[in-house]
Write a protein that binds this ligand. Sequence first.
Ligand code: UDP
Ligand code: MG
Length: 336
Amino acid sequence: MKPDQTSSAGRVTRRVSLIIPMLNERDGLRQLFDRIAGAIQGLPEEFEFIIIDDGSTDGTRDVVPAELARFPLWRLVVLSRNFGQQPAYRAGLEQATGDAVIFLDADLQDPPEHIPQLLAEWHKGYKVVTGCRTSREERGLRRFLFDSFHQLFHRMTGRVMPMNSGMFSLVDRLVVKQLLAARETNLFLPALKSWYGYPQTTITYARKERAVGEPKQSFVKLFRYALDGLFSFSDLPLQWIAMLGAIICAASLGYAGFLIVEKVLQAFGYFTQLRVLGFTTLAVAIFGFGGLNLLALGIVGQYIARIYREIKGRPLYVVEQITYSQGKTPGGPGPV
Ligand code: UDP
Ligand code: MG
């Protein structure tokens, strides 16, 4: 598909919005914007920076405007507290006015030098271009958990999103519109952006270690994020419970049948010696089935909790303040 020269907003130059969520990323800002500036230099597109301060306590919001001053078009959206990475990205989508949007973490794990590649695929007509990691620099438990999640997610959700991908990607305005229309509270954008269909492709890159500071996604946050992904894209856990329940029922029916036959045979004089079942078997059965019940309840509970969250319909995030670059962004909602 040949790219059209005129954007949906009637601009000749196509505008690309870079959405970057930040939680306490002050120390890495200079390096981040230097790298981005280098990567986008000479590109024909107009770039709009959408920075989301997701409840930082290190003064990120005070430093961002000065660091962004070298770029003509930007918005700093300060949320009223920490809402999490996915709501922060969602807040960015709401503000972006570009013909395409690029999702980029602030920690330089996904090198901005790959932005031209994302754009090249977009120009070919692809509406979703996802960055897939060929390697990761993370090690240890974090690495193990990431790899396990991707394997599990891929198997459970029937390949809804490309393997080994995350937020680093580009989506066309068509997809942005869809994402904005989705009112999901349990947001899992890496898969949702691919779920809509449209022509999609991938680029590959090596994922680096975080450039500055510690990961802001704690294990607890990552675990919740993983569950949000799994439960909002798969009903398989519920099917597993049902199947397990069926198997256990069949087994207990079989055992009951066996006991009846044994009783009848005893009445005819067979198996007359008294057999007492061991305590261990009994204890294992009680604890085992008790645990299984709780696990099943827990899984069902996960879905119910998500339904409850969706029904309440609370906002995903609350904007405290938006700062705009000098030039008022045409096409956007404008300063409030
Ligand atoms: N982030 C955020 N809110 C949070 C946690 C993280 O906005 O509650 C941002 C963070 O500043 C970074 C991106 O989301 O720009 C990814 O976070 P991080 O690198 O800590 O996570 P990981 O690399 O483990 O996915
Ligand atoms: Mg990171």
